[in-house]
Design a protein around this ligand. Structure first.
Ligand code: NAP
Length: 287
């Protein structure tokens, strides 16, 4: 059974249009244009592309975006000083520090320095804590993007067996946290797998909903997928000049009932959620 293609690009475009409408209404009421500042340190080409895509998306939604490009030799102290400056600037609503940072800078120190009210990536312990308690200020961008896709395609999550492959702070952990909350597009029974998981294939095979986020090209093969499962592929891996996910797309799409492509699946949803968080950050400044 060839799976339904879950179209992240189209869904993200709809979300961006919704955000544009809400941002325009907010601006009309308050005179404030939500402003996202991106900080890019060094010259990693992939990071530069990600930041450019985020800036373009801001433009489409009518949000202001500014980029601070710093050289690879920037010190931790210098970067902290910039973050402090942005924290104190009332005209900045969201701060995004593009990862990875050069090795001599401790990422945790920098991410912790972004004040919770401007932490639109939802990395700060305060925001993660609120998320765990089911009362988020901001939504974790990639996991919330996956959740929105499940909602758009009316995937039943209540009581479903969901398996999250990967336990990173950015994707795996917050993804599991969203799916176990009480409420809509949640209430799932969640298992998290990682590199030390035993019998991984047999656990994955039990999933009604599989979220793959491990960063290993085509890791999930058709024999690991339960017939009729919904497969959300977060992975972005380079194979020559091609991008592929963590799921072996063609064979798995013969087994799954619905599947996201790479590219055009989760990626655009991550950016759309970031825009939503930036608007939320601006709205929170006026109460
Ligand atoms: P990460 O920080 O490297 O985490 C990878 C996770 O996968 C870790 O928990 C690791 O386990 C687990 N893992 C690695 N190899 C495994 C294996 N063979 N079997 C089982 N588990 C394994 O990666 P990430 O930041 O979460 O990103 C994951 C993928 O998603 C990457 O391809 C990344 O590019 C992509 N991504 C996409 C988006 C998007 O918007 N589409 C956003 C973020 C990330 P341990 O913890 O035991 O090491």
């Amino acid at each position: 059974m060839p799976a339904t293609l879950i179209d992240g690009k189209a869904t993200a475009a709809r979300m961006t249009a919704e955000i544009a409408e809400d941002a325009a209404a907010f601006q009309h009421a308050t005179g404030i244009v939500p402003h996202l500042v991106a900080v890019l340190v060094g010259d990693d080409p992939a990071s530069a592309v990600y930041v450019r895509n985020k800036q373009r998306a801001c433009e489409k939604a009518g949000l202001k975006s500014t980029l601070h490009r710093l050289p690879a030799e920037t010190t931790e102290i210098q970067l902290l000083e910039l973050v402090e400056q942005l924290n104190a600037d009332a005209a900045v609503h969201g701060i995004l520090v593009q990862l990875p940072l050069p090795k001599h800078i401790r990422e945790q120190v920098i991410l912790d320095a972004v004040i919770p009210g401007k932490d639109v990536d939802c990395f700060h312990p305060h925001n993660v804590g609120l998320l765990v308690q089911g009362r988020p200020r901001f939504l974790p961008c990639t996991p919330a993007g996956c959740q929105r896709l499940l909602a758009e395609y009316k995937i039943e999550t209540a009581g479903a067996q969901a398996v999250v492959l990967g336990r990173s702070e950015i994707v795996g952990k917050p993804m599991a946290m969203l799916l176990i909350q009480r409420g809509a597009v949640a209430d799932a029974t969640v298992t998290i797998c990682h590199s030390r998981t035993r019998e991984l294939a047999s656990i994955v095979r039990q999933a009604d909903i599989l979220i793959a986020a491990i960063g290993k090209a085509r890791f999930v093969t058709a024999d690991m997928v339960k017939p009729g499962a919904v497969v959300i592929d977060v992975g972005i891996n380079r194979e020559g000049d091609k991008l592929v996910g963590d799921v072996d797309f063609e064979p798995v799409s013969q087994v799954a009932s619905a599947i996201t492509p790479v590219p055009g699946g989760v990626g655009p949803m991550t950016i759309a959620t970031l825009l939503r968080n930036t608007l939320t950050a601006a709205q929170l400044t006026v109460g």
